[in-house]
Design a protein around this ligand. Sequence first.
Ligand code: FES
Length: 91
Amino acid sequence: MGHQEFVCHLGTWADAASGVVSSMIVCQCLATNEAAIREIHALGGTTVSDVYQHCGAGSDCAGCVATIQAVLDQCALATLEDEHPRARVRV
Ligand code: FES
């Protein structure tokens, strides 16, 4: 999973049902949104360090590191629940 495989993006994307949907900005210094972090996770990134290596998020003021970790944790839980639908994880 190299940096060239992923381009951080900011802003909105078209939603088939309702039009435009925006994604929460997680890292203001590097203009990285939640969707970008979820995409990094989908590509195999599981740590804050992976996110940093792919788009630099978290590398400036580090004020977003806890939020990056929270998004990664949500992704991990969703993956776990998809793989084991009868074992709902409660946090
Ligand atoms: S908000 Fe992410 S490095 Fe500053």
